[in-house]
Design a protein around this ligand. Structure first.
Ligand code: SAM
Ligand code: SF4
Ligand code: SF4
Length: 395
């Protein structure tokens, strides 16, 4: 059975049989992905109402942020995200016609903006690999929130081609940037990105972004205990006083292929105590409700850092984020295993009002709070429950 065959197999019954056979003979995870038209159908409802920004989900949370994955492809193979053994040349990446077009992304984003979304983050996969991304940014930069303000438009990148792209991104209207970097030591970084990519090129990308006029650039470091945790203080020292805000992310059990276990998670508390021992820190207030990072500033006034404690200090109760996958499925949680098929709605002649009602109805039924119930779900993962991969749903 050729590798990668399962995702294009159309008959679920046979898929299940073959999947169980394959799992016995190939010791690797078979990726899941929502095949064309297989997502849940969003409900438009019988009585259409005017779009508004107060739709609450089943846990009383409003919709404020949208993350859009613009490609499921990447030039890195970070072991915690797209391990080489799974994301090889046979991996069934989406074809071009399966992707939402720029016009579809912009139309959907405009609808989300009428429903209270104030912030859009473009992500992936590696978003800068999507051809002509700056055209999409220019289109999105013209959108306004329900109260007439421009949207907070941002992007997360591995920085590998930022030197080439930074000026065009800025000119197109991108407001903010987050760059991922997991250490300053080349051997460790190369071991984590698994494509031999050097630290110096990412640092040069950050420099290019600063030269292009981006301010308050954020750098995300995923901390994997035993792999790069001894880089924490060096990273803090490097970015302290540079205007760049370094954020430490706990290694998460996203997707089903990164071999996550709790022993590889270094609690954020420990990150703070290690940095504090070298450079004293003080806690500071969140910028806004629902901010994922807890903020700390250096006591000597040389800037701030953040920690994202998705595993040890969950923040589901204030999670206002929806996600749109590369092929137009709406996901209500990073750890969801089912999406709602908005691409079919967009391509079937529905009006903006109908689609807005479908978004409101989908959001209203949201009850997701995975991080708060992680223990039982992590147990399920080993017994067969599969979550979608972060590169597809958007990190
Ligand atoms: N390719 C871009 C990048 O790496 O910045 C954007 C997509 S990536 C999926 C978005 C963010 O998710 C990155 O900062 C990455 O480090 C983080 N990430 C990926 N897998 C993760 C995991 N298992 N646990 C914690 N963070 C993860
Ligand atoms: Fe690519 Fe980003 Fe995932 Fe690394 S974290 S494999 S750079 S998508
Ligand atoms: Fe939001 Fe899901 Fe993460 Fe909780 S686990 S913070 S609901 S994305």
């Amino acid at each position: 059975i050729p590798k990668g065959y399962l995702a294009v197999w159309q008959k679920p019954r046979f898929t299940a049989i073959i999947e169980s056979m394959v799992e016995k003979v190939i010791p690797k995870v078979i990726p899941i992905r929502i095949d064309e038209g297989k997502g849940l159908a969003p409900s438009i409802g019988d009585q259409l109402i005017a779009p508004h920004s107060n739709t609450k989900d089943a846990r009383g949370r409003t919709l404020r942020d949208l993350r859009i994955s613009v490609t499921d492809r990447c030039n890195f193979r970070c072991t915690y995200c797209m391990p080489k053994e799974v994301f090889d040349q046979n991996y069934p990446y989406l074809s071009h016609k399966e992707l939402l077009t720029f016009e579809e992304i912009t139309r959907l984003s405009a609808i989300f903006a009428t429903l209270g979304v104030e912030k859009i983050r473009l992500t992936g996969g590696e978003p800068l690999l999507r051809k002509n991304l700056e055209i999409l940014i220019e289109m999105l930069s013209k959108l306004r929130s329900s109260d007439g303000k421009s949207l907070d438009l941002t992007l997360t990148t591995n920085g590998s081609i930022l030197r080439k792209k930074a000026a065009a991104l800025k000119a197109a209207g991108l407001q903010r940037l987050t760059v991922s970097l997991d250490g300053l030591n080349d051997d460790i970084f190369k071991k984590m990105n698994d494509v031999d990519f050097p630290v110096s090129d990412v640092l040069d990308g950050i420099k290019a972004a600063q030269e292009a006029g981006f301010e308050n650039i954020k750098v995300n470091m995923v901390v994997k205990k035993g792999t790069n945790d001894h880089e924490i203080v060096a990273m803090a020292q490097h970015f302290k006083g540079s205007g760049v805000i370094l954020r430490f992310i706990e290694f998460m059990d996203v997707g089903s292929s990164n071999g996550w276990n709790m022993e590889q998670v270094l609690p954020s508390k420990e990150v703070i105590s290690r940095i504090s021992a070298a450079f004293p820190l003080e806690p500071i207030e969140a910028n806004y409700t629902g901010e994922v990072a807890q903020r700390w500033c250096y006591a000597d006034g040389s800037g701030e850092i953040g920690v994202i404690s998705s595993v040890t200090q969950t923040f589901c109760h204030e999670c206002t984020r929806a996600r749109i996958s590369t092929d137009g499925q709406m996901y209500l949680c990073l750890f969801a295993n089912e999406g709602f098929d908005f691409k079919t709605l967009l391509r079937s002649g529905k009006s903006d009002l109908e689609i807005a009602n479908a978004v409101m109805n989908t959001w209203a039924q949201r009850d997701d709070h995975y991080s708060e119930i992680r223990g039982s779900n992590t147990a399920n993962q080993s017994s067969g429950t599969r979550k979608v991969e972060m590169s597809y749903i958007g990190g």
